[in-house]
Design a binder for this molecule. Structure first.
Ligand code: ZN
Ligand code: ZN
Length: 170
């Protein structure tokens, strides 16, 4: 069953960690309109909740698959975001409190998403001149740009790194 939220009833918590596991709908990520990174499947979570005095401590892990456009070569690729150290601690005022963890889980995932996803560490990106995906083979402009130090770097590392270099030159 895919849940729409994760709620924990504080009155049922004890000092011993209790497991809360399940599948949370990817819709809680509110990423329907994102073009470059899209969640696929749903969030699998495994949390442990316990009372520490007047506080509730929730720890655990979760994972979500995404399809993202590589910021170097512009090809779509799939990756799994794994969060192994989710921790949330909150003061509980009444034993009847219900802790809704949905927002906490969402924020944790959003914060962990790479700003510039790359399909692999050694992705060669696209040629700045002819837009050939250099992972799929060399293009004919390679000899030309190799005479120009910066051009060769740009071609190899893609527009992302190029932007970085420009910033550093300033
Ligand atoms: Zn790539
Ligand atoms: Zn080229």
């Amino acid at each position: 069953m895919v849940e729409k939220d994760v709620r924990i009833i504080v009155a049922r918590l004890t000092e011993d960690p209790q497991e809360f596991s399940g599948t949370l709908s990817r819709s809680i990520l509110e990423m329907e309109n994102e073009k470059f990174v899209r969640p696929v499947g749903d969030i699998e979570y495994e949390l442990y909740a316990q009372l520490l005095g007047t506080e509730a401590l929730i720890r655990g892990k979760m994972s979500q698959r995404f399809v993202a456009m590589c910021s170097r070569c512009a090809e779509d690729f799939e990756f799994t975001l794994e969060i192994s150290d989710f921790t949330y601690c909150v003061e509980t005022h009444e034993k009847t409190d219900i802790l809704d963890l949905t927002n906490e889980l969402r924020e944790c995932i959003i914060l962990e998403l790479p700003s510039y996803p790359i399909c692999r560490d050694d992705c060669l990106g696209i040629c700045q001149t002819c837009h050939t995906n250099l992972n799929k083979g060399e293009c004919s402009c390679k000899a030309e740009v190799s005479n120009d130090c910066w051009g060769a770097l740009d071609a190899l590392k893609g527009s992302l790194i190029e932007d970085d270099l420009k910033k550093k030159e300033k």
